[in-house]
Design a protein around this ligand. Structure first.
Ligand SMILES: NC(=O)c1ccc[n+]([C@@H]2O[C@H](COP(=O)([O-])OP(=O)(O)OC[C@H]3O[C@@H](n4cnc5c(N)ncnc54)[C@H](OP(=O)(O)O)[C@@H]3O)[C@@H](O)[C@H]2O)c1
Length: 253
């Protein structure tokens, strides 16, 4: 195969820079896996983490140079694993691609077979990455809430960081699952947008005003630090013992 285009992050001293390189399959790092799958990439979502990696504003990359892109969808080109054959539509999300292993912002990717998920029948390659890892994260959060016996009768769910990737998709998912939602946002003029996404109510909360926001039955965490601590204090405790999930591998859904 001839060379192909890849968006790689390079390290120069203490800073990093991103540029399009022409590379070959031999340049791709897929870890120590004996079974790798080579994928002709169709789409990769542009994630918060990708933005941090490409701009150098966050320490995302742990190997240099490394192809950016923490997820991808595409078609199998070749496979060492009997689980996949050329032509299979697949997706990969997380599993260290775009951080340690070369990622999805390239024309081709080679990844460990364990990281590859067959594309669900009801999703196109485009849709899988339009939802992307942010959508997958929101879906995992909802699944965990349901496993922990959260139900619409317990009251509305507060979603923080509501205009963001994870928060926005969470609003739609919760609505479809029958929950009412309260979108908590730092943006004053986004009430209509949040309603379109599925919010039943929205509340503007600057750093100090969050303490005045009403109680919810649960909150879907988008934020860390003070915002999460605030939301946890305001969340009703449930009488049931939450189920322990342990580590939830990205490919489990
Ligand atoms: N995307 C993923 O796949 C994924 C997976 C796992 C974990 N996470 C984590 O979830 C968080 C959000 O990810 P995301 O993809 O939803 O990010 P995003 O699209 O950039 O959304 C971030 C949202 O957070 C709110 N926010 C609060 N303080 C902010 C500040 N100082 N600057 C900018 N925004 C601020 C904003 O919403 P409001 O203005 O509406 O409050 C903003 O829209 C990140 O911490 C990320 O590490 C994301």
């Amino acid at each position: 195969m001839t060379s192909f285009k890849a968006l790689r992050i390079h390290q120069a001293g203490k800073s990093t820079s991103a540029r399009f390189d022409r590379i070959t399959l031999d340049d791709l790092h897929a870890g120590d896996s004996q079974n790798t799958v080579t994928i002709r990439v169709a789409y990769s979502g542009l994630n918060y983490k990708d933005a941090l990696a490409v701009t150098g504003k966050g320490r995302i990359m742990r190997r240099f140079p490394c192809v950016a892109g923490i997820d991808l969808s595409g078609v199998v080109e070749s496979s060492d694993s009997p689980a996949f054959k050329p032509g299979d539509p697949v997706l990969v999300t997380g599993c260290y691609i775009g951080e340690v292993l070369d990622g999805g912002l390239a024309e081709f990717a080679r990844v460990p077979a364990e990281a590859v998920v067959p594309l669900p029948e009801n999703l196109s390659l485009f849709e899988a990455m339009a939802f992307g890892t942010a959508g997958f994260t929101a879906a995992l959060a909802l699944r965990r809430m349901l496993d922990n016996h959260q139900s619409p009768e317990l009251g509305p769910i507060a979603v923080t960081g509501a205009t963001g990737g994870v928060g926005g998709i969470a609003l739609g998912l919760l609505k479809r699952a029958g929950f009412s939602t309260a979108a908590i946002t730092g943006k004053k003029h986004q009430a209509e947008y949040l309603q379109q996404l599925g919010a039943d109510q929205s509340e503007h909360a600057d750093r100090d005003a969050r303490h005045r926001t009403r109680r919810g039955a649960a909150h879907m965490r988008r934020a860390g630090g003070r915002k999460r601590a605030w939301a946890q204090r305001r969340t009703h405790r449930q009488p049931v013992r939450p189920k322990s999930w342990g580590t939830s591998p990205c490919r489990s859904m």
